[in-house]
Design a protein around this ligand. Structure first.
Ligand code: VIB
Length: 230
């Protein structure tokens, strides 16, 4: 079984609490308040900056040149492609680069990004990949599900259609599949049964922090958007 499938199974409701969060449901049916999406966009810009650092750390933690190239491709994809796409999406919502650069990191952003970086600092490449996996694989799952379950998402006037289309698109789906393959190849060298509980804990914690990230977005739309945590 793929390591990702195994980790997802072990995370159970903590995984579904992330990929099926209310923010995601409302994004899909278009009912997400604009204020929630705007806060998400700003924080996601700050998130991407830290994520580029995490991929750079993966390069440093890489045991082979092949791994280094994979990590370097990730750094370049974020800095040269993802960032521009994101800044373009933000511009469509009236957020300039200056607005993004001036924004203060919300605590949920700090908590999640520094957790991932610390997992990588403490551990080896596999620990870092596992901490990154909910982010990369979760968005592929969410994009694919929303595009198939919300036919309106393909419609030009769906407010969040561009976001959904990006993650549902072949290019991103391929990035996620390539990441899962890379993690499996590294796991074939480094993973063993005694390591599994630690890897599962990292994956679960990152999934919970992803759910907190959605929640932070929802809270911009008012205090009544809080959800009861299990
Ligand atoms: C909170 C949050 N989690 C995951 C992603 C998805 N994501 C992060 S970096 C990246 C590029 C990987 O090459 C992608 C797709 C996001 N944007 N924001």
């Amino acid at each position: 079984m793929q390591l990702f499938s195994r980790l997802k199974q072990a995370a159970g409701p903590d995984w579904t609490g992330y990929v099926e969060h209310e923010f995601v449901r409302c994004l899909g049916d278009g009912s997400l308040p604009e204020a929630a999406f705007r806060r998400y966009l700003v924080q996601d810009y700050l998130f991407l900056v830290q994520f580029a650092r995490a991929y750079a750390l993966a390069l440093y933690k890489s045991p082979t040149l092949v791994d280094m190239h994979n990590a370097l491709d990730g750094v370049k994809a974020i800095l040269d492609v993802e960032m521009d796409l994101h800044v373009g999406l933000c511009a469509g919502w009236g957020l300039s680069r200056a607005d993004l650069d001036a924004a203060r990191e919300e605590r949920a952003t700090t908590a999640y990004t520094r957790f991932v970086l610390d997992a990588g600092m403490q551990g080896d490449l596999l620990d870092l990949q596992v901490a990154l996996a909910p982010c990369i694989m979760g968005y592929a799952e969410i994009g694919a599900r929303l595009a198939s379950s919300a036919p309106m998402a393909r419609h030009a006037d769906h407010p969040y259609g561009r976001w959904i289309g990006e993650y549902a698109g072949t290019a991103y789906q391929e990035v996620a599949a390539a990441f899962a393959g890379w993690m499996d190849r590294v796991a074939a060298i480094y993973a063993n049964d005694p390591r599994l509980p630690r890897l599962e804990a990292l994956f679960r914690q990152a999934s919970l922090l992803e759910a907190d990230f959605w929640q932070m977005g929802l809270e911009a739309a008012g205090p009544d958007r809080s959800v009861v945590r299990p």
